[in-house]
Ligand binder design. Sequence first.
Ligand SMILES: [Zn+2]
Length: 676
Amino acid sequence: MICFWNRKFYAAACAVLLSVLLTLGVAASALPGESNPQPVHEDWDWDMDIDGFFDDWFEGGLYGDGWDDSAPGEDEAEEGQPDILYSRTPPSGGVPVRIRNDQVPTFPASTNTNIPSPNHYPLPKDTIDYVVSGDIEYTSPSGAVFKYRILGSGLRVETRHLRQIEKGPRNNAITSMSFNSSNDRYTYLMLKTEQRVPFSVTYRDTAFQIQFHYTTSAPNSANLSNNNRLFTKAVWEDQSKLTLTFANKHGFMGYRAYYDRTGNLIFRFNNPPKSIKDAVIAIDPGHGGKDPGALGTDRNWPERTINLAIAKKLEAELKKRGAKVTLMNNAGYEREQRAVRARKIEPHMLISIHANTAPSRSAAGTETYFHHPYSSRLAVNSSANVARAMATNNRRARQSHFGVTLLPEFLSVLVEVGFMTNQTEYRKLRDSRYHDRVAAAIANSIEGAIRTANTGEVSSGNRDLGPAPRLSGSDDVESTRPPQGNDTGQEETGPGTSDSPRITSISIEEDYYTVMVGERQEIRTTLRPSRASRSDITWSSSNDRVATVDSNGRVRGIREGTVTITARSRHDSSVRATCEVDVVREGYSDDTDPIEQIFFEYHTLEYSRGDEDQLFYGVEPRDAQDAAVVWTSSNSNIVSVDRNGNVRMRNRGTATIRVASAADSRIYDECTITVH
Ligand SMILES: [Zn+2]
């Protein structure tokens, strides 16, 4: 389970960029000029100790939140490339700074949250740039406070990763480019660069692009020989932008950029393994140690236990197929450390295993999350194949930003195997036969992704796993299911029959049943002694308005809810057994849950008269993302808003836009828009 913060604002990022840039110009002008460097603001703590910045990066809000763009499903992720800002010349009034930590995450300048963008990649330690804004403070939904500054390159980074320096980058020259593809594991690109300038990276299905800022001179383009496993061409444009064309679509498996000991900028790209036998796989069983993850109705099977059971099966399955596998220790490691630990394993792929929960008991199915678009094939495969293994529906691959999926250095997916809150699914999640099937399905998905990386042809890796095992906790115990007669072959003679022995014990075959509204489900029992008559059982429901039960143990769903069904001996009411029955609506549909929290991404926005835009909001819980909302404007003459959150700036002034839950108007958030 992962708490989720639904986001749809991503597409709006570009639209908002302009207004942020306007704001930025104002903020930058308040800073001292580069010719006279001095502390920018007293609250900017240059000497803050930043050991283990990942602890904060992954803390609370970030790891726990997620955003969900449109699910790419069976198709590849949509590219949705933003325009990359290119800074050729230093900003006027910018303060020179150096990136003081390794692999510092960057964020869009067009947002002010801790939500990463799949189009923003980390900057290596010692990159130099200019600060062009004051502190931008953001408080995550979990209460963590983050401070950022915008750099002249258009990237936003946390203030604590910056150190003020004397001189910023200007007129950089990249003087040489070379590739080393002799190593099976990696392809290296080495660039000699006079200054350690910032760069922005763009991944497309066909190419990997690096835009170097403040750069005015670049080496010659090159056609690459056949022994470069990843790229066919390296083309420079505008003396600053390098485009590396892939030899093989879908062949990209992540990269890491760093400065080597002699100061050369190195891009180290993963070569795809030739087969599963060459693959290095890290498996992260979600939760563990003191963190049980989600709790189910069976105290012996919290999420941690389910995740670990499946992870161990996956480890065994992958080893059997010849892969090099590391099962990450899930005891004693907090979740924010996991990506960092995975980085040390240097895998081709990181598979994180979780089980899902939802307020709606009818929610069922698999979901797989990825962050970088080159992980989408693995995510799509995993969601589809695990759904088949679990005999459930495929809720598909979704782009999000859970902590374990953020690093660009390898493929990574977070697989939500099924819902613990759905009793049918929870029983599968505790069944080792299903663990075997899920492990095989994930291993198949990995093999499919490897095949795709080597051939360019899309492969799901799906293999037939055979029919789903029948769900039963008591396959080895004979059922007393009527009306087949009793052990002596005599006909049933009705309640109270004198030649049946009295019941000494009753057990109900399943602990949990799911029945749909209006439908029936028979509760099966095992009696002792085996000759005892089922007709000596009296049945009762804890709530007849939710589900009724007849004298034959047939439950009928009346309306959504959960009841306890009790079977008692008619001769001795202390001889009894119970089970829970979930009554659900219309099968395993994705019900819309009520909104508990709603929030805008931006609480203040500025536009020019005549502008149009769409406002986006997040909700909790995530299953409420389709719940109805109501939009209102405090002054429609200044800003009007329609039912889809489209705003139109009609006149100069200030207006407040409110988005509220249609079901409960007390749940709302507001955004103040100033129109210039
Ligand atoms: Zn979880």
